[in-house]
Design a protein around this ligand. Structure first.
Ligand code: 5GP
Length: 115
């Protein structure tokens, strides 16, 4: 189980965020410091620290996370132009908040590979 972070507080409604999707297991909200015209974070309500901390029993939840990201991308109109989903894991991955989150980035062309 992950620790209490700013993201679990957002999921519980204890800290404000611009929420774009909520269901029983998943919450999505706009990133406070967007790196693209659309930058949304999709998180499980349950605090899994990072993808490396996920267990085999989390497979269903991980699927829900990706499908929620896909649905939000469609609602933002990004399915027409394309978008990127990113999970940063650990220090070299650029992880700064230890609560699993999928970045949904879109609204501009992305470079590859990422810097
Ligand atoms: P990471 O670097 O862990 O993959 O991504 C963390 C993301 O969370 C960053 O893009 C950062 O801008 C965003 N972030 C950090 N604190 C907050 C916050 O309090 N509210 C929101 N909406 N986003 C946050």
């Amino acid at each position: 189980m992950g620790e209490e972070t700013i993201f679990s507080k957002i999921a519980k409604g204890e800290i404000p965020a611009t929420i774009v999707h909520e269901d029983d297991e998943v919450v999505a909200f706009r990133d406070i410091s967007p790196k693209a015209p659309v930058h949304i974070l999709v998180i499980p309500r349950r605090a899994i620290a990072r993808i490396d901390a996920a267990a085999p029993g989390d497979a269903g939840l991980l699927g829900r996370l990706l499908l929620a990201a896909r649905d939000v991308a469609r609602r933002e109109g990004l399915d027409k132009t394309g978008y990127r989903l990113v999970i940063n894991n650990g220090a070299d991955g650029g992880e700064t908040v230890p609560h699993l989150h999928v970045h949904l980035l879109g609204g501009r062309a992305m470079g590859w590979p990422p810097g």
